[in-house]
Design a protein around this ligand. Structure first.
Ligand code: ADP
Ligand code: MG
Length: 735
């Protein structure tokens, strides 16, 4: 009747099933030819091999002997990719159980095929709508298919088969699950679309198709019992579209759709990712924290302020810092503050009276924003003490009303002249070691700064070129350029008369030397001491040379040669040091000069910690890996379905990775946002804050890459496993 090649041809093909050592025959030695234009009905009792035959023809299942020809070409040499290609370009399947994606709408189910075939969004829309109208489901286009009746579902499946636009449609019991009326409409629809195509329908119910069939094949026990042509048909030339692959953009679209499509699955995956990310961050930060704590617990003989965020700086060319330098430094990232005169940080003081004795360092009250007990200071002479809560039982209430003197402990020099200090509150150390700290007012702090400079310098005083061992003090009564001395020292002057004689002051230290001459304009005695100097306590203050504040500043309020920088967070120290280096500044991190008690023990502990963390890391990685794979496995049906539709291994792998990447990025960004909010004190979650304090950008990137690798590994291994067995057996395992 026709000389054209049959589009499909089987020659002595057999299919066996191997099941736990038992071999069952699906069908044996079947030879058949099929042409375009035919509407073939295959019948036969249950178990006679109809479905098996259809699956082999679909390329969904393998066969054991014989040859299959596609469009005249023998196929035994076909690779998996060739079969995928055949399935994609030749065959559309319709199943008794529909094989739709239940979580997609009608529209999305049909669209899926077109996406996989590389259509772009613009063409897709018109085509999908046209097909939906053809199967009379326009009203339901945005309904999820899980909500449709069986007949409606099968119509979606037909529309999807049509969207694929292949020369062959293979339908396995398409009416098997439908009532009579729906069945009739499906049969009619199949017939309408059958023109120019080869349609093979497997059914129990031949009568339903009788009116349309061009050929009837009856199977029995794996063999063809009867094969009769009923009607003539038009054998046309095959029209085969070699579709492109799914576009990159559409892959992303599908991947994202799959990520959020099934809410419980999304939440589950997000939770696993969140858990793993937090666990990773936790291990990582506790590790980092440990490193810092070790350094913190060290000690140093020269430095008293061992704050771990402190960096000591000097200019490489050994000149003093200029205001411009300080400006540049404070503009560096992560620099919190600069202490220009850093000697004060390492000077020790005591705050005492007859009853109490506190020993510690000094800080500016500006650096304190709360007290744990008592109240913030109001007066210039108020002090807050930072100490251990459990250190010597000095109850704040006992201390509150006492008056204190402040001494520079290195020189045992009393700081306060005609006033006394009062303690108004305590702040407590949480858990780390540290000295007592006295928080004093701005005015006192600045005074101490000058005083420290003075104590670190060598002061030589000459009257009329004779060396003396006198000392100086500031008096606001003295004009610039002048000095008041005690009448008792008149012997330095000619005729015991010192007025208008010259005092030479010379200051020297490791950084600079300064020399000034002052004119003696007044001398004091016990009786006029108070009016001349402004000081009240003669016993304590007599003998000093009183000079003006301005001259004092000229001697001691110098540009600084050594300062300290405090960074916002320990983790940023290295970065700040390298930035300082670029500015021509030598920097020394305080945590690098502190000595630990037992370095050897610490390094063993450290190695141990690295090993434990690594193990925990790996275990966590695999737990997450398997949990995520388990969740993804529940999607086997979905991936089997899109494989039926012609998606290749690579496409499926990409879709899985995009889905995982998307959820994972979503979670990661959310976590970063939370950490950011906590770090900036907008949210208050303690344990997250301690995470944030010890992690650097580098750490976040490492964790990001780890998670990336995990997602890639999962999608790679999952898709490989999916494609190890034939599409049919993957599907069979699940349904
Ligand atoms: P039909 O579709 O005509 O009802 P099938 O093609 O499903 O018949 O089955 C044909 C034969 O192959 C039956 O004997 C059946 O038991 C066997 N068979 C089908 N699928 C499997 C399978 N996955 N494993 C083992 N045997 C199978
Ligand atoms: Mg069957």
């Amino acid at each position: 009747m026709n000389k054209k090649e049959p589009i499909l041809k089987l020659k002595g093909v057999s299919k066996f099933y191997y099941n736990k050592g038992i071999v069952a025959s699906g069908f044996s030695r079947i030879s058949l030819e099929f042409n375009l234009g035919e509407f073939v009905i295959i019948t036969g009792e249950s178990g006679s091999g109809k479905s098996t035959l259809l699956n082999v023809l679909s390329g969904l299942d393998t066969y054991e002997e014989g040859q299959m020809y596609i469009n005249g070409e023998e196929t035994s040499h076909y690779s998996n990719e060739d079969i995928e290609h055949y399935r994609k370009t030749y065959v559309a399947n319709i199943f008794q159980s529909f094989n739709l994606v239940n979580s997609y709408t009608v529209y999305q189910n049909i669209e899926l095929v077109l996406l996989l075939n590389g259509f772009n969004k613009k063409d897709i829309k018109a085509k999908v709508i046209e097909l939906i109208k053809k199967v009379d489901l326009y009203r339901y286009r945005n309904t999820k298919v899980s909500k449709l009746s069986g007949g409606q579902k099968q119509r979606v499946a037909i529309a999807r088969a049509l969207a694929k636009d292949t020369p062959i449609i293979l339908a396995d019991e398409p009416t098997g699950n439908l009532d009579t009326r729906s069945a009739q409409s499906v049969v009619k629809l199949l017939f309408e679309v059958a023109k120019d195509k080869l349609v093979i329908v497997v059914t129990h119910n031949y009568e339903q198709f009788e009116k349309y069939a061009t050929r009837k094949i009856e199977m029995h026990d794996g063999l063809v019992r009867e094969d009769i042509q009923i009607k003539d048909y038009e054998n046309s030339k095959p029209c085969i579209y070699d579709y492109k692959n799914i576009t990159f953009f559409n892959k992303i679209r599908l991947g994202i759709r799959n990520a959020f499509n099934i809410i419980p699955k999304f939440i589950l995956l997000a939770m696993v990712f969140a858990l793993v990310i937090f666990a990773f961050l936790g291990i990582y930060s506790s590790f980092r924290k440990g490193e810092y704590e070790e350094n913190k617990n060290g000690f140093n003989y020269y430095f008293s302020d061992l704050t771990d965020t402190r960096i000591i700086i000097k200019k490489k060319d050994k000149v003093p810092f200029t205001e411009e330098d300080y400006k540049k430094i404070s503009n560096l990232p992560y620099v919190e503050k600069i202490e220009k005169n850093d000697i004060i940080l390492d000077s020790k003081y005591s705050l005492n009276n007859d009853e109490y004795y506190f020993y510690g360092t000094i800080k500016n009250i500006n650096e304190l924003n709360h007290v744990d007990e008592g109240s913030m200071p109001l007066k210039n002479t108020d002090v807050v003490i930072k100490k251990y809560k459990d250190d010597y039982p000095t109850e704040l209430n006992d201390v509150l009303n006492a008056k204190f003197n402040l001494y520079d402990d290195n020189y045992y020099e009393k700081i306060n002249d005609n006033y006394e200090f009062q303690v108004t509150g305590y702040v407590y150390y949480e858990n780390s070691y540290g000295m007592n700290i006295f928080y004093v007012s701005d005015e006192i702090f600045n005074k101490l700064k000058l005083n420290v400079n003075k104590n670190y310098s060598n002061l030589k005083i000459k009257i009329n070129n004779q060396n003396t061992d006198l000392n100086i003090k500031i008096s606001d009564n003295v004009p610039t350029g002048e000095a008041y001395i005690s009448y008792d020292y008149s012997y330095y002057c000619k005729y015991n008369y010192c007025i208008n004689n010259i005092i030479n002051l010379n200051v020297e230290n490791i950084y600079y030397s300064e020399n000034i001459d002052l004119k003696i304009t007044k001398t004091y005695t016990k009786y006029n001491f108070n009016t001349i100097t402004g000081f009240s306590n003669y016993e304590e203050n007599n003998g000093y040379i009183y000079i003006s504040r301005e001259d004092y500043n000229k001697l001691y309020n110098k540009d600084y040669y050594q300062s300290s920088v405090f960074v916002t967070n320990v983790k940023n120290i290295d970065e700040v040091i390298s930035n300082l280096d670029n500015l021509g500044i030598d920097a020394l991190s305080i945590k690098d000069v502190t000595v630990n008690y037992d370095d050897e023990v610490l390094s063993i502990i450290k190695i141990f910690k690295v090993i434990i963390s690594t193990i925990v890391f790996i275990v966590l990685f695999f737990i997450a890996y398997f949990v995520i794979r388990l969740i993804e496995k529940s999607r086997n049906v979905y991936y089997a379905t899109i494989r039926f539709l012609g998606a290749s291994k690579k496409v499926i792998k990409n879709l899985i990775s995009i889905e995982l990447y998307f959820i994972y990025h979503f979670v990661y960004l959310l976590i970063l946002l939370i950490i950011f909010l906590v770090h900036n004190k907008i949210l208050h979650i303690n344990w997250i804050n301690s995470l944030a304090n010890y992690l650097t950008i580098k750490d976040y990137i490492i964790i990001y890459i780890l998670m990336f690798v995990m997602s890639a590994l999962i999608s790679f291994r999952y898709s490989r496993k999916l494609f190890k067995s034939s599409a049919m057996s993957t599907y069979r395992q699940e349904v």
